[in-house]
Design a protein. Structure first.
Lengths: 566, 162
């Protein structure tokens, strides 16, 4: 059967239509959101103001403004002098508005300084301009009236030096320079602002801080939330079990007349200001290290002292590096001091933390007895995480709170900045215990961090293997392995040789390799902790928050920490 | 003697009445100043180009823009500076001192699937009472909890409407 001749033509038309429809459907969105481009440019110009970035070059103000435009997608070709930028400017007067609708973010202003040079500034709002302060050598944000001299400045406020009050030009780039060649001046993203009841706001703020939200909306958010929920449920079960057991134990101690024990534990819960002591101990540590390693520590000390000096002297490159290195050294010294002594640079150091840290240090340095090879493993566990043990001690130190049936009302989560406590949450012993037990999984995770699980498994497996094979391989006789030795001796000579060969191989190869891998992994973990300490962030392994996200509220809004003292 | 006693009584009563008036007026001024500061900060945040980033920050509980020291910290969001600048101008114009300023999310926008949202601001300010009776009032509030005899405190909240 012969096909009609017009069929290919129809098919071609249909394909063309489909292609056209596809092109229309998948075409790039036209760049109409010019408000975003303007706001992006203004935000970029604000960054040096907020962060105090230094700007180099002969005309840093020009570089600042033009770079902000460039990063926002503006065509800045040819915008390099007054001849090009000045043509878009008008001089505002009383009967003639300078710019239609008033200055908008990313509009610019030009003015002459005392030397007669034209300076450039960028509007970041309708009334604020980012300009270059020649005296302070940094970008500043000034009110427009301070720039054009229309109002007298309050005492203490300084405006950039201008030649006169009438040289301020208000300028706006032509539309074709903006992305998409369209300039949308609609800044109506600004909504209405209403005063609301501060108590309600405070309550909502408290709730929001206690329930921080991961604003990420990616696809894995829901699965992670579900897994997190399951883990939280498991944690609740564990917490409940520990809660019940602890409560039973406390009741038993109390029934057995163990008030003295509880009182002794209460001493561990006492807190003191550790700032001065930490400073002294840090000095002692540095001095001791200087005696032991005069050259190395002396060099580090020189860097620690000289770095800030270079930074204050504004020495390029070296000043910045020296400043940072010095901060890192000081943070490291503080970290090591806290690690060894338990005395942090904080205002509420717990005595229990200090005691347990010192005990951990004792285990670390003495490694007593060595009756069991497990002692080495145990000391590794304790010495690698003395602060975690100290954190656990804090919770233990709270147990005396259970001695009283009902505690005095603790200030609640909201004491709004001096306002009488809006909420008071009386906590009884069970409540405190529940709060403490809720952190038990956290404490377990501190002792056995998931991130170091592999290194722990490798290390402890190697220790076990070492314990079992050292004696067989001809090393030091191990205590308690006589039966194993006898069992091997009772084997046939061929089997005995095989077992001993495996033991020697384990001693010579497997154990050292596993121990080395474990140590390396722990070093990496420690490096992360040090990096966090140097950056001023509380390492996760060093703090046990008594409430969710402490420090995220301002001092007046922050809930008081639970202490061991009623 | 009687005349002296009567004059003293009148003087004391006058001073007391003046102080009472100062206390009442300063409380009112403090409330107005707190409202102005909160409103100014919320307005500045509403217009700030980095408000979306700040909204995510506060929703994640990573910051509330509060400052414990005189200046901004290095890792403070850019929008916080705008809020503090606006609040500072409003407080200066009102003759008040900002004791604290906290920025938080609007719970209406903290729902699943939602990104940045509106912001709320809580401002706490102090205004000098300027009492007639001589006292030991300091020119500036010494800390987050100024002397209540010398300083009137007030707090206010503002949020984006709609």
């Amino acid at each position: 059967m012969r096909r009609p001749g017009w069929l290919p033509l129809v098919a071609a038309v249909l394909v063309a239509l489909a292609a056209a429809a596809t092109m229309v459907a998948l075409r790039a969105e036209p760049a109409v959101a010019m408000t975003q481009a303007r706001l992006s440019a203004a935000g970029r110009a604000l960054r040096p103001v907020v962060h105090g970035d230094r700007l180099a070059g002969a005309r840093p103000d020009w570089a600042l403004v033009i770079d902000a435009w460039r990063r926002a997608g503006v065509d800045v070709d040819g915008l390099d002098g007054f001849a090009t930028l000045g043509r878009y400017c008008v001089l505002e007067s009383g009967d003639r508005p300078g710019l239609a609708g008033g200055p908008a973010p990313a509009d610019y202003a030009m003015y002459q300084d005392q030397a007669g040079d034209w300076r450039l500034g960028m509007f970041v709002s309708s009334s604020e301009v980012v300009v270059w302060d020649e005296a302070r050598q940094r970008a500043v944000r000034v009110e427009r009236p301070a720039l054009d001299g229309s109002v007298p400045l309050p005492p203490g406020d300084a405006a950039p030096v201008r030649r006169g009050a009438h040289e301020l030009l208000l300028c706006r780039l032509p539309s074709w320079r903006w992305p998409g060649r369209v300039d949308d001046l609609d800044t109506a993203a600004v909504g209405r602002v209403a005063l609301v009841d501060p108590a309600t706001v405070a309550e909502r703020l408290r709730w929001a801080v206690r329930h921080p939200r991961d604003a990420d909306t990616s696809w894995w958010h829901a699965p992670v939330t579900m897994v997190g929920f399951a883990l939280a449920a498991a944690s609740e079960l564990v917490s409940g079990a520990i809660d019940g057991l602890l409560h039973l134990g406390i009741d038993a101690v109390r029934a057995a007349g163990g008030g003295a024990v509880l009182a002794a534990v209460a001493l561990l819960g006492r807190r003191f200001d550790g700032h001065v002591l930490h400073l002294v101990l840090r000095g002692v540590l540095i001095a001791g290290a200087l005696v032991v390693e005069p050259w190395l520590v002396g060099a580090l000390l020189a860097v620690g002292v000289g770095g800030p000096l270079l930074g204050r002297a504004d020495v390029p490159v070296l000043g910045v590096i020296g400043d940072r290195v010095s901060a890192l050294l000081v943070a490291s010294a503080s970290f090591i001091t806290g690690l060894l002594t338990g005395v942090d640079d904080r205002g509420d150091v717990c005595a229990g933390s200090v005691v347990f840290a010192l005990l951990a240090d004792t285990v670390l340095w003495a490694k007593p007895l060595r009756l069991l090879r497990f002692a080495g493993t145990l000391s590794d566990v304790v010495s690698m995480r003395p602060r975690a043990v100290a954190a656990a001690a804090r919770m233990v130190a709270r147990l005396p709170l259970l001695a009283g049936r009902r505690l005095p009302a603790l200030p609640g989560a909201v004491t709004v900045a001096g306002k009488a406590a809006a909420v008071r949450e009386p906590l009884d012993g069970i409540g405190v215990l529940s709060a403490g037990a809720g952190h038990t999984p956290d404490l377990l995770s501190l002792l056995w961090r998931p991130s170091s699980l592999r290194s722990d498994l490798a290390g402890h497996t190697a220790a076990l293997l070492d314990f079992a094979t050292r004696d067989l391989a001809g090393g030091d006789p191990s205590w308690g392995l006589r039966h194993l030795r006898d069992a091997v001796d009772s084997l046939q000579p061929e089997q005995q040789q095989r077992v001993l060969a495996v033991a020697r191989r384990a001693q010579g190869t497997w154990v050292p390799r596993a121990l080395r891998a474990a140590e390396l992994s722990r070093l990496h973990s420690g490096a992360r902790v040090l990096a966090n300490a140097a950056a001023g962030r509380a390492p996760a392994g060093l703090a046990m928050p008594s409430m969710p996200h402490p420090g995220t509220l301002p001092p007046g809004l922050a809930p008081p920490p639970l202490t061991g003292e009623p | 003697m009687l005349l002296v006693a009567a004059s003293a009584a009148v003087l004391i009563a006058g001073v007391a009445a003046g102080d009472v008036a100062a206390v009442v007026a300063s409380g009112h001024r403090a409330q107005l100043a707190a409202d102005a500061v909160a409103h100014a900060a919320a307005g500045a945040l509403a217009a700030d180009p980095d408000r979306a980033g700040l909204s995510i920050e506060v929703q994640a509980g990573r910051t509330v823009c509060s400052r414990t020291g005189p200046g901004a910290s290095g890792d403070e969001p850019v929008a916080c500076a705008a809020a503090w600048a606006a609040a500072g101008q409003a407080s200066t114009a009102s003759g008040a001192v900002i004791l604290d300023l906290a920025v938080g999310p609007d719970l209406r926008d903290m729902r699943p699937g939602s990104g940045p949202g509106r912001l709320t601001v809580l401002a706490h300010v102090a205004v000098a009472r300027r009492l007639i009776a001589p006292g030991r009032c300091r020119p500036t509030p010494p800390g987050p909890r100024p002397d209540r005899l010398c300083w009137a405190e007030a707090w206010s909240g503002a949020q984006e409407a709609g």
